[in-house]
Design a protein around this ligand. Structure first.
Ligand code: ADP
Ligand code: MG
Length: 223
C-alpha cells in the first residue's frame, strides 16, 4: 500500500528570540492510502499544530510533508491551495457553519465559491446528504439543528468534492456521547465506503478505537 501522508523530521517553533516555543520535534509518521488513523496526546502536545501543517494551512516549519507522494514544502502557493481544495477536507471541533445559509448551501459553499455549478454538484450533494443522514434537513437552518446534526453538515461540507483525505481535529469534542458515536460511525462509513483516508485528532480512547491504528504524541514528539 502506498502512502497518503508522510511526515518526515518535522519540527515547528513558535516565536523568536527569548520567547521561542518548540512545539514539534522531529515528528515523523506515515498514513497509508485508505487508512483511518487516530492521533492522541495530552492538551498542548502539538496535535492541532501538526494537523495544520499536514493540511497546508501553515507552511513555516522544518522537515518535509508529502501528500499523495507530493512534497508540499516544495509547492507554489497556488499549487498548494489547489491541492487543499481537491484532496483535503477539514473538520474542526466547532462546526463553523454560516448561520444565514441553510444546510445544503453550507455544504455547497466551498465549491460554489470556487466557481463550480450547483447543477453539476447536485448528484453528489444528494449522495452526501444520504450518507450523512441529512436528506430531510437539507432546507433547515443551522439554528434548527442539534450539535451532532451541525457537525454532520460540517462533515458533509468537508467531503463534498470527494477529497482523498479527511483531517479532523477533535470533531466530537463538543458533542454528547450519542452524537459523538454518530460522527465516528459516519467517519467509518466514509473510510470504508468512499475510501477516504482519515487522520483524526481525539482525546477519547473510545473515538480512537474507530480507527485502524493510533499514533501517540508527547511534547511534540511521536512516541
Ligand atoms: P494540542 O492541539 O495538542 O492541544 P496545539 O498544537 O494547539 O496543541 O499547541 C501546542 C503548543 O503550541 C501549545 O503550547 C500552544 O500554546 C502553542 N501554540 C499553538 N498555536 C500557536 C500559535 N499560533 N502561536 C504561538 N503558540 C502556539
Ligand atoms: Mg488541539
Amino acid at each position: 500500500m502506498s502512502s497518503m501522508i508522510e511526515v518526515k523530521n518535522v519540527s515547528k517553533t513558535f516565536g523568536k528570540g527569548g520567547s521561542e516555543n518548540k512545539v514539534l520535534t522531529d515528528a515523523g509518521f506515515e498514513v497509508k492510502k485508505g487508512e483511518f488513523v487516530s492521533l492522541m496526546g495530552a492538551s498542548g502536545s502539538g496535535k492541532s499544530t501538526l494537523l495544520y501543517l499536514i493540511g497546508g494551512l501553515d507552511r513555516e516549519f522544518e522537515g518535509n510533508i508529502l501528500i499523495d507522494g507530493e512534497d508540499i514544502t516544495k509547492m507554489s502557493e497556488r499549487k498548494l491551495s489547489q491541492l487543499r481544495l481537491e484532496k483535503i477536507g477539514f473538520v474542526f471541533q466547532f462546526y463553523n457553519l454560516v448561520q444565514n445559509l441553510n444546510v445544503e448551501d453550507n455544504i455547497l459553499l466551498p465549491l460554489t465559491v470556487k466557481g463550480k455549478k450547483r447543477s453539476e454538484l447536485e448528484p453528489e450533494l444528494k449522495e452526501i446528504l444520504e450518507i450523512t443522514g441529512l436528506t430531510e434537513k437539507r432546507k433547515a437552518m443551522p439554528t434548527e439543528l442539534s450539535g451532532g446534526q451541525q457537525q454532520r453538515v460540517a462533515v458533509a461540507r468537508a467531503v463534498l468534492g470527494n477529497p482523498e483525505i479527511l483531517l479532523a481535529d477533535e470533531a466530537t469534542g463538543n458533542l454528547d456521547s450519542v452524537s459523538g458515536t454518530e460522527i465516528m460511525n459516519l467517519f467509518k462509513k466514509l473510510n470504508e465506503k468512499k475510501g477516504i483516508t482519515i487522520l483524526q485528532v481525539t482525546h477519547s480512547a473510545d473515538c480512537a478505537a474507530y480507527g485502524n491504528r493510533t499514533i501517540n504524541i508527547e511534547n511534540g514528539r511521536i512516541v
